[in-house]
Design a protein. Structure first.
Length: 91
């Protein structure tokens, strides 16, 4: 986009009393970049957005806040079979 395009878009927004934020949608890449800044804002939604953290679980078990049996086998690695399909080269 060159400068002319940017000015043309800006004039359209001004003429139609349209706000730039009205055309924006969430960008997961930008959210990841600014996650430290957003952590406090997202805290009320931790139940929907969060997942158990190994370090926090380990600390809680060490302090005796959570019984060790509660998470027995949760983080155990288990083998999984993966099947890959590819096209046969033509020629």
């Amino acid at each position: 986009m060159d400068c002319g395009d940017a000015w043309r878009i800006r004039r359209i927004f001004i003429r139609r009393k349209f706000k730039y934020k009205d055309i924006l949608s969430l960008d997961l890449r930008k959210i990841r970049i600014h996650l430290a800044d957003l952590e406090e804002v997202l805290q009320p939604f931790i139940g929907k957005l969060g997942k158990p953290d190994r370090i926090k679980i380990r600390k809680a078990v060490e302090k005796g806040e959570i019984p060790m049996d509660s998470f027995a086998g949760t983080f155990k690695k288990s083998p999984r079979d993966i099947v890959a399909i590819m096209r046969r080269p033509q020629g």
